[in-house]
Design a protein around this ligand. Structure first.
Ligand code: ZN
Length: 467
């Protein structure tokens, strides 16, 4: 018998099936986060075009995962809870704030069609299997970097307390060369921008791999503290990130590395994460935090070796959020698209204080990607043997606390110096940035932007459904 609640005398307006059908899949959370009811203003920075690029058929990095993420986020109606920005490309000048001119010009020039003419450059710039030349590579870089820069501007202007860019977080890229699927380092560029206003920036990286590009860029300064949790055995990519890498010169003690072995499980990871991050935040007292949420630390990742479930990964991010410090949330690695998108959607719900039903919405495009369970929380925790013994973790914790001891006596870190990269900002550039901020803070403009974004998304969804 077909259920018809309109004619059911026991049903109220709140329980009838039509209302239920249009009820969002989340429930606002009231003070269950132990965060004193912190309700941040959250912004979401994304340009759908970024998801259309291809590194190559056999390459594990699939920008397509960003589209899946976006569909889950809007399927759960989380986009209604955030300020949405369709981001613009970073300009060449912005890329040059960190990267060298000859490298950026090379990225701009090279195409799959002309690459044979640049054999020497390909070698010089470390182009190969990990970082291939693909169609539109330079545009792709501009898109994901532009989104992180946009996020940094919204944090600086105070329009956002938390700014999310799932297309960013490409933490391996170096000043002169690409590395580990990363061509330009959007994180470094965003941090350089934040340093213009913020005295102390904390960078936290929970990708499976060491956040080497960001660590290297700020290894000499005490204004950026980098903390990275990752698999380390001296050989695993990128080969760096042992606990004895702690910074140099003024930056000594302002890099912290947490080397882990295969198979780490939810409870030991979360426990270790909190025991490290709590003293880092209370001693270093960052005025803004960048959280890199690389999804390759999940269990069953195509390139992974940890046993983390989505809730444990999210618990770390939730813990950082609970300090109520302005925060940028970035993506990163993650090579099993269906789980990457589940994770980043779940973490979007954490940022916006929403509890999601673990049953995925019925009407999302590409729903078959999530079979057979169609759940937000598949079990990812049982693939590898946990090689992190209690003894290993205890010793590691002691070592990390020893590394952090300096922060106890550290005089409050003031805005001692502007990093050299920032000194050459001309008055012109300064004025341009301020003008842009002013423009963006005009409420009307932002409302149009948001509406345009939603329309565009609907159009693209219709297209997919017709296919
Ligand atoms: Zn990674």
């Amino acid at each position: 018998m077909a259920h018809n609640s309109w004619s059911d005398p026991d049903s109220s307006f709140a329980t009838d099936f039509r209302t239920a059908k249009h009820t969002p899949f989340f429930e606002p959370i009231i003070n269950t986060f132990n965060d004193g009811g912190y309700k941040p203003n959250v912004s979401y920075h994304y340009n759908p075009d970024v998801a259309a690029y291809h590194y190559g058929v056999r390459h594990p990095m699939k920008p397509f995962r960003l589209m899946l993420t976006d569909h889950l986020v809007s399927g759960y109606k989380l986009h209604e809870q955030m300020d949405l920005y369709q981001t613009e490309r970073a300009s060449k000048e912005e890329l040059l704030n960190f990267h060298s001119a000859d490298y950026i010009e090379f990225l701009q020039r090279i195409t799959p069609q002309n690459s044979t003419k640049f054999a020497d450059d390909l070698k010089k710039f470390n182009i190969g299997d990990d970082c291939p030349v693909f169609d539109g590579m330079y545009d792709y870089c501009q898109f994901y970097a532009g989104a992180s820069l946009d996020a940094s501007r919204k944090l600086i202007s105070g329009m956002s307390d938390i700014a999310i860019n799932w297309s960013g977080g490409l933490h391996h890229a170096k000043k002169y060369e690409p590395s580990g699927f990363c061509y330009v380092n959007d994180i470094v560029m965003a941090i350089l921008n934040l340093l213009r206003v913020h005295p102390r920036v904390l960078y936290i990286d929970i990708d499976l791999h060491h956040g080497d590009g960001v660590q290297e860029a700020f290894y000499l300064t005490d204004r950026v503290m980098t903390v990275s949790f990752h698999k380390y055995n001296g050989e695993f990519f990128p080969g760096t990130g042992n606990y004895d890498e702690t910074g140099v010169g003024k930056g000594k003690h302002f890099a912290l590395n947490v080397p882990l072995q295969d198979g780490i499980d939810d409870s030991s990871y979360v426990k270790l994460f909190k025991s490290v991050i709590e003293p880092v935040i209370t001693k270093f007292r960052p005025t803004v935090i960048i959280q890199q949420c690389g999804a390759d630390s999940l269990g069953y990742d195509r390139l992974g070796c940890f046993n983390l479930n989505i809730k444990a990964h999210g618990e770390c991010v939730k813990y950082v959020k609970s300090f109520g410090i302005p925060m940028m949330c970035l993506g990163g690695g993650g090579y099993t698209p269906r789980n990457v998108s589940r994770l980043w959607c779940y973490e979007t719900s954490i940022m916006t204080n929403n509890e999601l039903s673990s049953k995925l919405p019925d009407d999302i495009p590409f729903r078959s990607w999530f079979e057979p369970d169609y759940s937000l929380h598949p079990n990812l925790g049982d693939r590898f043997e946990n090689k992190n013994t209690k003894k290993y973790l205890d010793n590691l914790r002691v070592q990390l606390m020893e590394n952090l001891r300096y922060l106890n006596q550290a005089p409050s870190v003031q805005m001692q110096e502007i990093p050299p990269d920032l000194q050459n900002l001309t008055t012109d550039e300064e004025t341009k940035i301020l003008d842009r901020l002013k423009r963006e803070s005009k409420f009307d403009k932002y409302k149009d932007e948001q509406r345009y974004y939603i329309n565009k998304k609907d159009e693209s969804r219709r297209g997919e459904l017709l296919d």
